[in-house]
Design a protein around this ligand. Sequence first.
Ligand SMILES: Nc1nc2c(ncn2[C@@H]2O[C@H](COP(=O)(O)OP(=O)(O)OP(=O)(O)O)[C@@H](O)[C@H]2O)c(=O)[nH]1
Ligand SMILES: [Mg+2]
Length: 300
Amino acid sequence: MKISLGGLSGCGKTSIYSTTLGGMAPMEVKDLGPTVMYEVKSHNYLGLQISLWDFGGQEKYRQSYLETPKLLANTTILVLVLDLHHPEDFKKADSYFSEVYSAIKDSGGDPRIIIFYHKYDTEEYPKEKLEENLTAAKELPFVLEYQPESYLTSIYKQEELSEAFREMLILDFDELRRSVENAQKHLMKLNSKIIVSDVNGNVITHSIKGFSTGIQLREDLRDYILASNVLRENFLSSESASFSALSETKKLNLHIFSYVLAVLIMVDEGAAVDPPEDIEALLKEMEVFAELIIEASGEE
Ligand SMILES: Nc1nc2c(ncn2[C@@H]2O[C@H](COP(=O)(O)OP(=O)(O)OP(=O)(O)O)[C@@H](O)[C@H]2O)c(=O)[nH]1
Ligand SMILES: [Mg+2]
């Protein structure tokens, strides 16, 4: 799956990548330089092989890759980023969006188009103006013509940004999407702190308030999953396995399903305990989810 990120220079593409799949904090991306030509990053998310192409937005680079159509060819999802803090550039962005899309179409591609109305935050920007710009953005000729799926994004709203990213990645996989929705429904009913991730530590959904570190799981938890997964492979030689860690005040249960999916359940001492049958129902559902993930990565 090839995702191409396009937009004018400074609109925030590299920042979006860096704070989601790249695992960086928003404060760390303040001084990024402009991207030279383009950069390609590879990721495995839910068993899907994703290559993310971040196309530099400076004029000299835009011209040069638009004249080299094979760079944009085979794009599955075209993510166009529009900077809501710079309405004076909307017209220019609009023509660029059309050019990029046409270049992909001309090379035989038929990508899904997604627009990120970006910098949807009032960091150094007045609220009224932001809303006014958003209204104007939705009237741009490219948007009216193609009516793309859209998200309001900001690197300072990590939870929403990750959610948008996650949703986008599985938009074309109906069964995976349904499984994620089912997991979310279960999580809403449970008291335990639960994180569903893939075994690489990409968070799929969770029920922990204030937990928002982009798409990647916190490093210590990721290490725990990786270590347990190695145990599963080396000692248990089974597709699925469960692990527990216990301290005086905390209990951590990890369930790994079919190599690919991890469910972490954390219970603090004194917290309300969930009925075992409800946890069991979630785990059953996730077992099916894991099988669907394997099927989907085979179809890719
Ligand atoms: N307020 C605000 N600033 C942002 C946001 N995202 C990015 N920025 C800032 O925008 C500036 C430019 O970001 P980049 O990610 O380098 O922009 P780019 O689209 O990759 O630019 P090129 O590589 O030249 O195409 C940086 O100073 C970021 O800190 C956001 O959501 N809100
Ligand atoms: Mg960049």
